[in-house]
Design a protein around this ligand. Structure first.
Ligand SMILES: Nc1ncnc2c1ncn2[C@@H]1O[C@H](COP(=O)(O)OP(=O)(O)OP(=O)(O)O)[C@@H](O)[C@H]1O
Ligand SMILES: [Mg+2]
Length: 336
């Protein structure tokens, strides 16, 4: 039987195939280019993302998953079906495949039913929905026990999940609509205000990923290209890592304020265990230079991080697909 773990991230969709031991078989931007007139799909995934800011007027770039929620189900369904076909899964095999799907921590019933409907539209019938913190913890190498809770923090593109979990369930948790995209927006605003340079979303993301840092005095600089806000002519400016520090820190600190809120009012034994065990970090934003160290320091906890933190969630889905008992325990009860 085909067994897949699917992480429909706001930035990237990741798919893991467990039955053939293939590991991660797809990682593509959760992005679709649609023709406004005909509603025809022009590109999906990487090809669609490359069109951001460069398309003709009648082409729309859609991110069907925003801040962890399905905001355009028909387009999300087309995107997911295309991704499933790209990894070579035949349509006829979909309804028999066992699928683990990551959902945000504490997702409400109305939004969960959107996920259910989306899977149904893709002909996926044996779906187990699992809240993100369980998956990220397992994918990040944590062992979940009933008596030894752990704290997990994932910062993705559109959202962050923070939760204290054990094998018995989520003790306290939150999903927050702040992530790496917010840092990109800060960078766009900063360059517009300080350097009178308008840059696109792709350029802002590139700047963040290449020179963004949470070090005290970060080094590094690059040239950003765009257009002048004053005369709309092509223009460029040098950006230094130090110029971005304040915005990046502000965004991460906001997330940490909420993360710390999750740690308040824990029963004393749970608080002690969590502090002893340290924090499990995941999500693409943890690749920012010095992010794990900065967050560990702020939380006053030691941290654990895997080599590719953006894949922790989907890898956790892979772990659950090998352990039926654990999967049944963590899957949210849903009528499909
Ligand atoms: N090297 C890097 N440095 C900094 N940020 C990075 C790096 N690589 C990726 N990112 C950022 O990580 C984010 C994507 O992470 P991830 O794949 O975990 O998100 P997602 O799962 O798609 O979204 P979400 O969980 O919010 O729904 C994006 O903002 C991306 O720019
Ligand atoms: Mg994610």
């Amino acid at each position: 039987m085909i067994k897949l773990a699917i992480d429909l991230g706001s930035s990237m969709t990741k798919i893991y195939r467990a039955d053939t031991n293939s590991g991660i078989v797809l990682a593509e931007p959760s992005c679709v280019a649609v023709c406004d007139d005909t509603q025809e799909i022009k590109a999906v995934g990487k090809a669609a993302k490359n069109l951001i800011g460069k398309t003709a007027e009648y082409t729309r770039i859609v991110n069907p998953i925003k801040e962890g929620l399905i905001v355009d189900r028909p387009i999300a369904a087309k995107m997911l079906c295309e991704f499933l076909s790209r990894i070579g899964i035949k349509k006829s095999a979909l309804r028999h495949a066992l699928i683990v799907v990551s959902i945000p921590c504490g997702l409400g019933d109305a939004q969960l039913s959107e996920y259910v409907a989306l899977m149904d539209e893709c002909d996926l019938r044996k779906v187990r929905f699992v809240e993100q913190p369980y998956l990220a913890a397992l994918g990040g190498g944590a062992v979940l026990s009933e008596t030894d809770p752990i704290f997990c923090l994932d910062i993705g593109g559109g959202m962050s999940n923070a939760a204290v979990i054990s094998a018995n369930g989520i003790i306290a948790g939150i999903a927050l609509n702040v992530g790496g995209n917010h840092i990109d927006n800060h960078i766009i605003n900063k360059l517009a205000n300080d350097s009178k340079l308008l840059i696109g979303a792709l350029t802002a993301e590139k700047i963040k990923n290449e020179i963004g840092s949470l070090a005290i005095s970060p080094l590094g600089s690059m040239v950003a290209e765009g257009s002048s806000t004053q005369n709309c002519q092509p223009d460029s400016t040098a950006v230094h890592a130090t110029d971005l520090s304040e915005s990046i820190r502000a965004c991460i600190n906001k997330i940490l304020d909420y993360a710390v809120g999750v740690l308040w009012n824990l029963p004393a034994e749970v608080a002690a265990a969590v502090h002893h065990n340290g924090v499990y970090l995941s999500g693409g934003v943890m690749k920012l230079a010095q992010a794990p160290q900065y967050i560990g320091n702020k939380l006053n906890m030691r941290y654990h991080i895997c080599e590719e933190p953006q894949f922790a969630t989907v890898l956790g889905g892979g772990v659950l697909l090998q352990d039926k008992e654990l999967l049944n325990r963590f899957a949210r009860k849903v009528d499909m």
